[in-house]
Design a binder for this molecule. Structure first.
Ligand SMILES: Cc1cc2nc3c(=O)[nH]c(=O)nc-3n(C[C@H](O)[C@H](O)[C@H](O)COP(=O)(O)OP(=O)(O)OC[C@H]3O[C@@H](n4cnc5c(N)ncnc54)[C@H](O)[C@@H]3O)c2cc1C
Ligand SMILES: NC(=O)c1ccc[n+]([C@@H]2O[C@H](COP(=O)([O-])OP(=O)(O)OC[C@H]3O[C@@H](n4cnc5c(N)ncnc54)[C@H](O)[C@@H]3O)[C@@H](O)[C@H]2O)c1
Length: 447
């Protein structure tokens, strides 16, 4: 039996970050991973998704260049060529992780881990022992028993595509549904998007409305309040049942994007009774501790804001507390910014207007700007931008920043710092604008 200070299940965003930080503090670490290093984000999430988003942006840039007067033709993307580039980039990330783990002295074990006791993990027939065990096993796409589900694919299958499908039905109006619908449309597929309520219903309602209008203006069929369809294959393609289908039907592909389920069902919870919530997430307290002493969890398996930087930050804080002499280290889950890489992108930090009104009633003041960004005006593109500040109280503390439009993805981070520091609307007003940009609208809302 090998003994360590820390055993980490899962080398995704959270597990890797926590393992590196623990090793930095001098802990002897075992890291267990049956799949590719980097987990969801690197292999079937943020990284290949952003690569496809860049390809889609390039397609839009070609259109724009034509509108500007360049003599360029907009041919289709050689999808296979681009995927080879994308995968080469990912292979470099794998190699870099492998090297860094070696340098840090982390014992990487290419096997699935299974809890046998609070301080014991079995992996590839070997028993490992440590006073602290981290579960960072992530999540996987939700699959339903609905008829014909297997005729469609999930986000993992999207990344396995080697050519652009002619027509696609995307089912699910969350992050992944909106992002992949946008990419597929920009790269030449006819796309219909079906959502059971509105798009991005956890975001400020005006952002979802702006995205819906923008997608429709671009030619994506957006079907809101649609029932979950059954899928049937006919000679001419895939048919959806129980919904009024759009122009792109029948479809060459159906893509399900219905959320994710935690990887908590196959890690030995029969022997170590960790508390789960009703969706199977491992319940953790503010310090990432579970109900079983010595067993901790971070990232998607806990269901607490399923984003890479959140898993990383929680994993690092945990190692700082366990091995770095920082007993109070813990992640503040409030005011986490996030971006949806739609076309155009959108992002938000803090409270939506509706949340602020529930909490603060009449003390809420909203400032917004709707405008045509210069790049759209120059190319006669219908794309609009929307920027919205939600403020509270007589001194108008900024409690929400909501952005839709070109550049939002890169613009939000700095405003998230300001919000976290307690910025007032007057602080934004007192900041001199950078001209000509879209970002300047946020400091000119009072003028
Ligand atoms: C299509 C898509 C796009 C996304 N885009 C973004 C984005 O742009 N920005 C963003 O912030 N987030 C994005 N996310 C979310 C982000 O990928 C996740 O929040 C993040 O990867 C979670 O990290 P994690 O460490 O909890 O889990 P994961 O990264 O999923 O890692 C878990 C690891 O555990 C391993 N494992 C499972 N069971 C065991 C076991 N028993 N023993 C050992 N190892 C095990 C798995 O093989 C996996 O490698 C996206 C997700 C998807 C699906
Ligand atoms: N840019 C980013 O940061 C980014 C990108 C992709 C994913 N992610 C993360 O990954 C998570 C998973 O993404 P996602 O888009 O799969 O989840 P999501 O929670 O964002 O959206 C899921 C969608 O599926 C719908 N849905 C769920 N069950 C359904 C059912 N039975 N019938 C009909 N509709 C149903 C929901 O109403 C929702 O619209 C996100 O929550 C996010 O945290 C982040």
């Amino acid at each position: 039996m090998r003994t360590f200070d820390y055993i980490v299940l899962g080398a995704g965003s959270g597990g890797l970050a926590s393992a590196f930080r623990a090793a930095h503090h001098g802990a002897r670490v075992a890291l267990l991973e049956p799949g590719a290093l980097g987990g969801t984000c690197v292999n079937v999430g943020c990284v290949p998704k952003k690569a496809m988003w860049y390809a889609a942006q390039a397609a839009e840039d070609v259109q724009r260049a034509r509108a500007f007067g360049f003599e360029v033709s907009s041919g289709a993307l050689d999808w296979g060529h681009f995927v080879a580039r994308r995968e080469a980039y990912i292979a470099r990330i794998h190699a870099s992780y492998r090297k860094r783990l070696q340098e840090a002295g982390v014992a990487l074990i290419a096997a699935r881990g299974c809890l046998r006791a609070a301080d014991r993990v079995e992996a590839a027939g070997e028993t490992l022992c440590a006073p602290h065990v981290l579960i960072a096993t992530g999540a996987r796409p939700r699959r339903l028993a609905t008829p014909g589900f297997e005729l469609g694919g999930v986000s993992d299958d999207f990344f396995a595509l080697r050519a652009c499908p002619r027509s696609v039905a995307v089912i699910g109006g969350g992050y992944i549904g909106c992002e992949l619908a946008g990419v597929l449309h920009a790269l030449g597929a006819k796309v219909d998007l079906y959502a059971r309520s509105t798009l991005l219903s956890h975001f400020d309602a005006e952002l979802g409305e702006a995205l819906t209008a923008s997608m429709r203006a671009q030619g994506i069929g957006v079907h809101l309040h649609a029932a979950l369809p059954d899928v049937r294959r006919d000679r001419d393609g895939l048919h959806l049942e129980h919904v009024a289908t759009g122009d792109a039907a029948p479809y060459e592909q159906v893509l399900w994007a219905l959320g994710r389920v935690p990887n908590s069902d196959d890690i030995g919870l029969g022997t170590v009774p960790l508390a789960l919530d009703e969706d199977g997430h491992i319940v953790t307290d503010a310090k990432q501790d579970t109900n079983v002493p010595g067993v901790h969890a971070v990232g998607d398996v806990t269901g607490r804001t399923e984003l890479t930087p959140v898993a990383i930050a929680a994993g690092r804080r945990l190692s700082d507390r366990l091995f770095g002499g920082q007993p109070d280290a813990q992640l503040d889950y409030a005011n986490i910014p996030s971006v949806v890489f739609a076309h155009p992108p959108l992002g938000a930090v803090g409270l939506t207007e509706a949340q602020a009104r529930v909490l603060h009633g009449d003390a809420v003041r909203v400032h917004r700007a709707r405008f045509t960004p210069m790049v759209s005006a120059l190319s006669d593109h219908p794309q609009q931008s929307l920027m919205k500040l939600v403020c509270v109280g007589p001194d108008e503390r900024v409690v929400g920043v909501h952005l839709f439009g070109v550049g939002s993805d890169e613009m939000l981070q700095g405003f998230a710092v300001a919000l976290k520091m307690g910025a007032r609307k007057a602080d934004l007003d007192a900041t001199v604008a950078i001209h000509p940009t879209s970002a300047e609208e946020l400091v000119l809302l009072g003028d």
